[in-house]
Design a protein around this ligand. Structure first.
Ligand SMILES: N[C@@H](CCC(=O)N[C@@H](CS)C(=O)NCC(=O)O)C(=O)O
Length: 211
């Protein structure tokens, strides 16, 4: 069995990988990286991930980065957990990766602009950065809201890694006073996620790490 360590920070996008490892009932360790203290910028961490980001997944000493591919790895190596729907052939597998990249490459950067506008602009412009990020977020989340209109989860009745990703996006936004009042399906989705055992245990691990 492989030795797996997740490099993570409570509340950050590493929560997606953490939830999936819990869903998979994997044996793994977590190494918490304190971004606030700049631990991700240290020479030690750069040896793990030269991009200075979490998540990073160490598998028998080899390191994989970028949420979509970490998700794909966990999904393929723990097939019994059904973390992504089984697909036969054709474009469907690529479509799943495309969905994950929509979260990581389109929505996540907007979340960062909305929550931490000071990363991208001088103080005098942060309000404008936040407003523009909000407009773009609402436009992109409208598609997610619509997808959830007639089904519990992103892929219909089957819970998947996409739901963990959407959950992290919303939970991160909610810590920055983002309102779900116009997005009732996403509000319902968040409530349902909070009831899953894997989510409860992932959040508990994050909470303990914060103490
Ligand atoms: N493209 C990466 C982005 C990862 C990312 O931005 N992680 C954030 C936490 S949510 C981080 O480590 N930020 C530290 C920094 O940018 O200084 C992925 O999808 O895994």
């Amino acid at each position: 069995m492989s030795s797996i360590t997740l490099f993570a920070m409570p509340g950050s996008c590493s929560r997606v990988s953490l939830i999936l490892l819990e869903e998979a009932k994997a044996e793994y360790d977590v190494h918490w990286v304190n971004l606030m203290k700049g631990e991700h910028k240290t020479a030690n961490f750069k040896q793990i991930n030269p991009k200075s980001k979490v998540p990073a997944l160490s598998i028998d000493g080899e390191v994989l980065t970028e949420n979509p591919m970490i998700i794909k790895y966990i999904s393929e190596h723990f097939p019994d957990a059904n973390l992504l729907p089984n697909v036969d052939s054709g474009l469907a597998e690529y479509q799943q990766i495309s969905d994950l990249c929509f979260c990581s490459s389109t929505i996540h950067p907007l979340v960062t602009r909305f929550c931490i506008p000071g990363f991208f602009a001088d103080e005098s412009c942060t309000t404008s950065v936040k407003q523009k990020a909000l407009a773009a977020l609402l436009e992109n989340l409208a598609w997610v809201e619509q997808k959830l209109a007639n089904s519990a989860w992103w892929y219909g009745d089957q819970w998947s890694a996409m739901d963990a990703y959407i959950f992290w996006i919303i939970s991160r936004l909610q810590r920055c006073d983002f309102s779900l009042s116009t997005l009732p399906n996403l509000a319902r989705h968040t409530e349902a996620m909070l009831k899953r055992d894997a989510v409860v245990s992932a959040l508990e691990k994050e909470k303990l790490a914060n103490q």
